[in-house]
Design a protein around this ligand. Structure first.
Ligand SMILES: [Zn+2]
Length: 262
């Protein structure tokens, strides 16, 4: 074999070894990874458990919140955005941590355009018709032009932390009009009750990365739904014995969840 060709082969081999090492520990596509549980968040477990920089190893799309419940998280294209209580989106700082988040290395498996005038409830019907198995996780990305998006965020809390339902009672709500942007989130099965939010949970980030939040309602002018049914789920529990270890999980917090998230 000519020497030059040999060198090329060696280079190729080393490149693949380095690539394999670099990506070897990456989570497989469309595996949902979650930090902590929704009932822990409802109980006021707002201390950050994982650095956002580490969170992005598990996914490039997702939603969550931040240490001290300081705003709504949008993870989009691998970048973490923090929508604070002023309704504005900020690039999350390098030291940001999260007490609760769900992320996925998103690969779209189904795509469909959205008819003009589609509302949040119409959107849910469309997704249900497209991804018919409601008993698996479904990751969602919708890029589009929004006539209207109603979002909310949450202000940072200090200790002793109040329960989430008390925080969201006075949540700042934002009526965004004529925004290009992206919805990211999940449709989750009923059996995740206690662990995550059953049904639809999406966050919004404007295309200019200026505004966003936890979505309460919207009307789309045009857009494209991308969905990925997810058959793998990993739950990472906080090692923080003093907080997480003391939460009473025997309580049914589904009514609190309804008030806090809807
Ligand atoms: Zn949310």
């Amino acid at each position: 074999m000519p020497r030059v060709k040999m060198k090329c082969l060696q280079l190729l081999l080393w490149t693949s070894v380095i690539l394999a090492l670099a990506t070897g520990c990456a989570t497989p596509k469309n595996t949902v990874t979650q930090i902590s549980t929704i009932d822990a968040l409802l109980a006021g477990a707002y201390d950050g458990q994982m650095p956002c920089r580490k969170l992005t190893r598990y996914g490039n799309l997702g939603i969550g919140t931040f240490d001290h419940l300081d705003g709504e998280m949008v993870l989009l294209n691998g970048a973490v955005f923090q929508v604070k209580a002023d309704g504005k989106a900020y690039a999350a700082g390098t030291t940001a941590t999260t007490p609760f988040a769900s992320v996925v290395r998103f690969q779209s498996r189904m795509t469909q355009s959205v008819p003009s005038g589609t509302t949040f409830s119409g959107f849910q019907k469309q997704v249900d018709a497209l991804a018919t198995n409601r008993n698996v996780f479904c990751a969602i990305r919708v890029k589009g032009k929004f006539r209207f998006v109603k979002t909310r965020s949450v202000p940072a809390q200090s200790k002793p932390y109040p329960p989430l339902v008390d925080v969201t009672r006075n949540q700042p709500v934002f009526d965004l009009v004529n925004q290009e942007g992206t919805l990211v989130g999940f449709r989750l099965p009923d059996y995740v009750k206690g662990i995550n939010v059953p049904g639809y949970h999406v966050h919004f980030l404007s295309a200019n990365h200026q505004v966003g939040g936890h979505v309460l309602d919207f009307t789309l002018d045009q857009g494209t739904i991308e969905l990925a049914p997810c058959y793998h789920f990993q739950l990472l529990l906080p090692e923080d014995q003093s907080a997480f270890g003391r939460i009473d999980f025997s309580r049914d917090r589904s009514q609190e969840l309804e008030k806090a998230e809807k």
